[in-house]
Design a protein around this ligand. Structure first.
Ligand code: S3P
Length: 173
């Protein structure tokens, strides 16, 4: 049973995923990094050269392939991946999904520091708010919700570990 982290851009999926992976002694996989490795290109260049449609197809393929692997892994999805029904279906089959719930003001503040993400380049706060609102209903479909507001990264991970334990998912030995 994998542990799959979902949530908006800049919600901390990669950074918390790494901490979770260390704490639970389970390997970590970042899907964006896998895509970049596969294409030998950055996410930004893939969007620019091949378009979002191409990226989404590849993203879906790489997620599904990795979910099929046996070895339990902590997997961080890109912020848009869980909107895809085929991805959600496979995630539900093969993993426990976790939504890192971070409020919009925090997301916008964090994204201001790093506008390198192709989807939000040249986007206003209002545009980002629209993306966030459109996505909420999908993120809410995750099995575990972690309210990451007013918590440190470590506190979020601790809460996640305790919720995972309560459903019988423990660290690997
Ligand atoms: C995207 C989020 C990014 C990356 C791509 C598209 C999105 O990942 O997959 O830029 O649609 O939200 P992060 O959530 O890690 O920023």
């Amino acid at each position: 049973m994998h542990i799959v982290l979902v949530g908006m851009m800049a919600s901390g999926k990669s950074s918390m995923g790494k901490v979770l992976s260390k704490s639970m002694n389970i390997p970590f996989l970042d899907i964006d990094k896998e895509i970049e490795f596969h294409e030998k290109s950055s996410i930004k260049s893939i969007f620019e050269n091949d378009g979002e449609k191409y990226f989404r197809k590849l993203e879906r393929k790489i997620i599904i392939e990795n979910l099929e692997k046996k070895k339990t892994t902590v997997i961080a999805l890109g912020g848009g991946a869980f909107l895809n029904a085929a991805v959600r279906k496979k995630v539900n089959e093969k993993s426990v999904s976790v939504w890192l719930d971070v409020n919009m003001a925090t997301i916008i503040r964090r994204l201001k520091k790093n506008r390198n993400r192709p989807l939000i380049e040249n986007k206003s706060d209002e545009d980002i708010k629209k993306i966030y609102e459109k996505r909420l209903k999908y993120y809410e479909m995750a099995k575990i919700h972690i309210d990451c507001n007013k918590k440190t990264k470590i506190e979020c991970v601790e809460e996640l570990i305790s919720q995972l334990k309560s459903i019988g998912i423990n660290e690997s030995n």
